[in-house]
Design a protein. Structure first.
Length: 207
């Protein structure tokens, strides 16, 4: 789950990130030193993403202050990697109050210094450990962004592009899950076939 989402985050960053963002984040995500997530779902919000409440306020330096809560985030917090790069769907200040007003932001768990080293924590807190049906070995979390008003994010693409960019990542994740299902089905078939052959050899009651 963790490498799969990291790959999706890397591809979105490669396709829509600035050259500076690519230089800062991609090398260590590619090596696996840093991982990535996909952050859509929120408490009290159903499948209609237009109701998302997470907000983004633009700052003078081009960054955004992110405020909100995301839930059921696969690999949302863990110590497997030194940094976690969250892809967060949020509404920029002044944007329409519907699905067209959503944008996608890159929000690292730890801010990154100009020399590439890790800086201070980015006001991203795991507030709850959760469980997704059928996924028991994944760190599934509820994440709070900006409880102290200090969560900085950087926009991918333009304001209002959030849904199309996020679906770029979501569709890749769906293909990956489908491949996992086919692979597991294939393994199950091979094991069942081998077991059936061994049972024929071992069974003497019908001889």
């Amino acid at each position: 789950m963790t490498p799969g989402l990291s790959a999706g985050a890397m591809n979105v960053l490669t396709e829509f990130g600035t050259e500076e963002m690519k230089k800062t984040y991609l090398p260590k995500m590619i090596t696996g030193e840093w991982s990535g997530t996909m952050c859509l779902t929120e408490p009290n919000v159903g499948t209609f993403l237009g109701d998302l409440r997470t907000t983004a306020k633009k700052q003078d330096d081009g960054s955004y202050l992110i405020t909100g809560t995301k839930m059921f985030i696969t690999s949302g917090d863990h110590d497997l990697t030194k940094n976690i790069i969250h892809m967060v769907l949020a509404r920029a200040e002044g944007s329409p109050k519907d699905i067209k007003g959503l944008s996608l932001f890159l929000v690292p768990k730890f801010r990154v210094n100009p020399d590439g080293s890790l800086g201070e924590p980015n006001d991203v807190v795991c507030s709850k450990i959760e469980e997704k049906m059928g996924i028991h070995a994944s760190a599934t979390c509820m994440l709070n962004y900006g409880d102290k008003g200090q969560c900085k994010g950087w926009i991918l693409g333009n304001e209002g592009d959030g849904i199309s960019l996020m679906f770029h990542m979501m569709n890749e994740a769906r293909i990956g899950v489908g491949m996992q299902g086919v692979a597991l089905g294939g393994v199950a078939y091979q094991l069942a076939k081998q077991y059936a052959k061994e049972r024929i050899k071992a069974c003497t009651c019908c001889r």
